[in-house]
Design a protein around this ligand. Structure first.
Ligand SMILES: CC(C)(O)CC(=O)SCCNC(=O)CCNC(=O)[C@H](O)C(C)(C)COP(=O)(O)OP(=O)(O)OC[C@H]1O[C@@H](n2cnc3c(N)ncnc32)[C@H](O)[C@@H]1OP(=O)(O)O
Length: 258
């Protein structure tokens, strides 16, 4: 499959989506968002794929929504077409695990896209921010909501009100980023992590993702109950029998993904 604004590759059970608009710092134009949706549909329906990686270039993950494309929209157009919802939320609805590997700028919609992934691995060059306020608007694809859940009200408020960027180290300290690695090692480390996940039992990985995500949508008591039901459900899987037998027999498990 070939695209104009992204590159889609598959290797070792991992689907890699590389944002690729080098002249516009990977600004997220409508065509790019559509292409990412098509790529995600393809990867979700491909049984060979167990984990998805979304990445950009060395200089930029993505510098936000395409400002030149949206600058002349009227309120009627933005509201009428529910601008930014269509297509953008596709990433957050992905059932397979998705890792964001971020180097350079992840600003505005770029930061929002990274936050829609299940976790973020960052190069030490990464810079995160919601600079919409500096161009006369506010985040429109979950920035005020997801960032606040990641880093808490005070820091989210400061970042959204000033447009300040935070570097990778600050983002890791604040809980936005799972891990920071040297820029030269980012792609290798991200692939290693994605391959590790892709090599585990597929249904169990989906259940783990669903259980963690439930923590953001419900009370602790309901979340713990939900987790327990999924935990019980793993005992209906051949992979639970295989995983535990393999541990007891001191050998590597051979997952059947059922
Ligand atoms: C999704 C929503 C609803 O939340 C909204 C948004 O995402 S709004 C967008 C938020 N993002 C920004 O405001 C960042 C805008 N970009 C910058 O501030 C700078 O480009 C930079 C700090 C990321 C990098 O600066 P620098 O290295 O000096 O590169 P530039 O010369 O500025 O950029 C190179 C080239 O890319 C074009 N560009 C950059 N960002 C965007 C963008 N978001 N949309 C469209 N085009 C962008 C920039 O215009 C340059 O192109 P040319 O003009 O030279 O053709």
């Amino acid at each position: 499959m070939t695209f104009e604004n992204i590159i889609l590759e598959k290797q070792d059970g991992v689907g890699v989506i590389t944002l690729h608009r080098p002249k516009a710092l990977n600004a997220l134009c409508a065509a790019l968002i559509d292409e990412m949706g098509i790529a995600l549909d393809d990867l979700e329906s491909d049984d060979a794929i167990g984990c998805i990686l979304v990445t950009g270039s060395e200089k930029t993950f993505a510098a936000g929504a395409d400002i030149k494309e949206m600058k002349d929209k009227t309120f009627q157009q933005a509201y009428g077409e529910d601008f930014i919802t269509k297509g953008w939320e596709r990433l957050s609805q992905t059932r397979k695990p998705v890792i964001a590997a971020v180097a350079g700028y992840a600003l505005g919609g770029g930061c929002e896209i990274a936050m829609m992934c299940d976790f973020i691995l960052a190069a030490d060059t990464a810079k995160f921010g919601q600079p919409e306020i500096t161009i006369g608007t506010i985040p429109g694809s979950g920035g005020t909501q997801r960032l606040t859940r990641f880093v808490g009200k005070s820091k989210a408020m400061e970042l959204c009100l000033t447009g300040r960027m935070m570097d990778a180290e600050e983002a890791e300290r604040a809980g936005l980023v799972a891990r920071v690695v040297p820029a030269a090692e980012l792609q290798e480390e991200a692939m290693k992590t994605a391959r590790k996940i892709a090599g585990l039992s597929r249904p169990v990985v989906l259940m783990a993702k669903e259980a963690v995500n439930r923590a953001f949508e419900t009370t602790l008591a309901e979340g713990v109950k939900f987790e327990r039901r999924l935990f019980h459900a793993t005992f209906a899987l051949e992979d639970q029998k295989e995983g535990m037998a393999a541990f007891a027999e001191k050998r590597a498990p051979a997952w059947k993904n059922r």
